[in-house]
Design a protein around this ligand. Structure first.
Ligand SMILES: [Mn+2]
Length: 304
């Protein structure tokens, strides 16, 4: 089974006040082509689909048009979880309608962790993949506030909350698999910062978590995940060197700080032997460049 993992599209994001609609449109057009060319069975989008909780109409139009195109392609499933930039309510509003297109959306942590477990079926109706679709976990989802707690108590409770949530969802997934009595792979999703992760200055990532969700250690993720598809960090990277646990990274450079990064998607092939990952480079739809020097040098560079 072939899975495509991406995240952090940030549709609607502007750069120095300029709209980037054409770049986003070009990316989604290219992505739809990749899904068709590689005969992808499931597309996983690990959060931050939109840049703000109230995306404008052009960004929404891109998103829905893309989902309709993928729904009409041989790609059988799309799973979307919310990131810290997304509004859970906005993403989930068309949930029932999208379900009819085989697009599954989880905007907020569910009261019953089993509700974040999706069993996806192949064309013949047999289960082919279990997805633990964990969205960005907000403080209120995972932490009970008690009077008089210290900053350290708060951090500890957050980390325990994240670990507990992943453990509960993984447990539910294992129970579902047992009930299916079929050797179906399990894929985890999430949108969070794991310790050791890399970000760069000016990508809008680093400052998000100051004073909020702490950096979880890679050890909190349950061992039953055959692959872990994460979002939040914009630089493509593995989690702690594990080939089957990755941040896909953002497909477009979100700022000049990311201008020199090569952007990619993760194409994951799952079979009895496990997960094999191949990176697919995303073309640069508009080149960003920092120019330094005196005016003569800068103006000469711009003129070229
Ligand atoms: Mn992001």
């Amino acid at each position: 089974m072939k899975i495509l993992h991406t995240s952090d599209w940030h549709l609607g994001r502007t750069l120095c006040g300029r709209r980037r609609h054409e770049e986003f449109a070009a990316f989604l057009e290219w992505l739809a082509g990749i899904i068709e060319a590689h005969a992808i069975d499931a597309l996983l989008v690990a959060g931050d689909l939109f840049d703000t909780s109230t995306p404008g109409n052009p960004a929404q139009a891109l998103y829905y048009r893309f989902l309709c195109r993928v729904a009409a392609s041989p790609c059988r499933h799309v799973v979307v979880v919310a990131g810290n930039h997304d509004s859970p309510a906005f993403l989930e509003a068309p949930r029932e309608l999208l379900k009819a297109l085989d697009v599954h959306v989880v905007g907020a942590a569910c009261e019953d962790p089993a509700d974040e477990v999706l069993v996806l079926h192949d064309a013949a109706g047999a289960p082919e993949l279990i997805v633990c679709a964990v969205p960005y976990l907000r403080e209120r989802d995972i932490r009970q506030v008690t009077p008089g707690e210290s900053v350290r108590d708060k951090e500890r409770k957050l980390l325990e909350g994240v670990r507990g949530h992943y453990a509960a969802v993984a447990d539910a997934a294992l129970r579902r698999r047992e009930a299916l009595a079929a050797e179906v792979p399990i894929v985890g999703m999430g949108h969070l910062f794991t310790a050791g992760g890399e970000s760069v200055e000016g990508d809008g990532v680093r400052d998000l978590y100051v004073g909020s969700l702490a950096h979880v250690s890679p050890g909190i993720f349950p061992a039953c995940f055959d692959y872990l598809a994460l979002g939040h960090l914009h630089l493509p990277q593995t989690v702690n060197g594990r080939d089957n646990a990755r941040y896909s990274g953002s497909p477009l450079a979100m700022g000049f700080g990311e201008a020199c990064q090569s952007k990619s998607l993760c194409l994951v092939e799952l079979d009895a032997a496990g997960a094999r990952v191949q990176l697919i480079g995303v073309p640069v739809f508009r080149r960003l460049e920092r120019v330094r020097g005196d005016w003569e040098a800068v103006s000469a560079r711009i003129g070229r």
